[in-house]
Design a protein. Sequence first.
Length: 380
Amino acid sequence: MRHQILRSSLAAIAASLAVPALAVEETFETEGPSIRVETIANGLSHPWALAFMPDGSMLVTERNGNLRHVSDKVSEPIAGVPDVDARGQGGLLDVALDPQFEENRLVYLSFAEAGEGGNSTAVARGVLSEDLTRLDNVEVIFSQKPKVQSQQHFGSRLVFDNDGYLFITLGERSQAQFREQAQQLNSHLGKIVRIRPDGTVPDDNPFVNQADALPEIWSYGHRNVQAAAINPESGVLWEIEHGPRGGDELNIVQPGANYGWPIVTLGINYDGTTIGEGVEHQEGMVDAIRTWTPVIAPSGMMFYQGEVFPDWKGNLFVGGLASTALVRLTVDGDNISGEERLLESLGLRIRDVAEGPDGAIYVITDEDDGEVLRISQDAG
């Protein structure tokens, strides 16, 4: 009954939102089922992430600093969001609900935070009011160190694991003078960190007892991770990070592991020069299980578990910015056995992807007039 109510709620959103004539409403053939793609919300300014509420509505971030509630309409900005440094790639980024949201109403936001020395990625949480108009008791629970002068590579995805710990993916801030810090354990740049929901550090983090290491660090040697999700079969975090010019990579994240950047990479600098010594493998550093050259520019990912697309159950879906595609990957254990690119003909930058409570697939587009698109089986 609950799923029927959620399906009805999401269908009402799609039917009742007023959208312009240019909104998407198309059917596409795939290697599997025919799919129907429709706009259910638009007018969003470079939306970055979406998170579903228990009733099937959603929270959507806009990079300029607005958090909005999307139901049968797009709300006014929700009050209480922290100030964000909305320059370049920075701004308001990911949004996630606490695993106990129905009891505590906690919402988590990642964002570019200005401060002494420049800026960095931070994570705040607050209590969403019952009328959905504001966040109360907002507190910053994590702030990346050090802050530097850069407008690039903030990460950042927020992922809760099955034990309720929070993973935060972090960029290495792009510029050559900072990127070496991805290999240094006294810096959060180029890391994935793991904390408790209140910001404290779990006792079993891999570097918690190492004097020269920041205890939040879970893994290192990352470039700019903007796609991450827990594999439901293994309970392990998977991530996809942007390569430079070539070399986007999909990694299975293990505690304490080194993923190589900037020593190991399949890409090159944007000016065509070699990065470091051009090493593609090195002992003690973990190789990706899949790479892309040319890049897809990955952002947002999810393992599909719904019933709307039974043939796609267990598949991994990844948003593609440069590829203007929703990338579907067939997962075989710890390997990828196939790939299909969906929605390419729309020419839209896919920033995030999520499975709705109704089993449909939802994506958001990184555009001046950004949209929420719903993907379902074509009934025709």
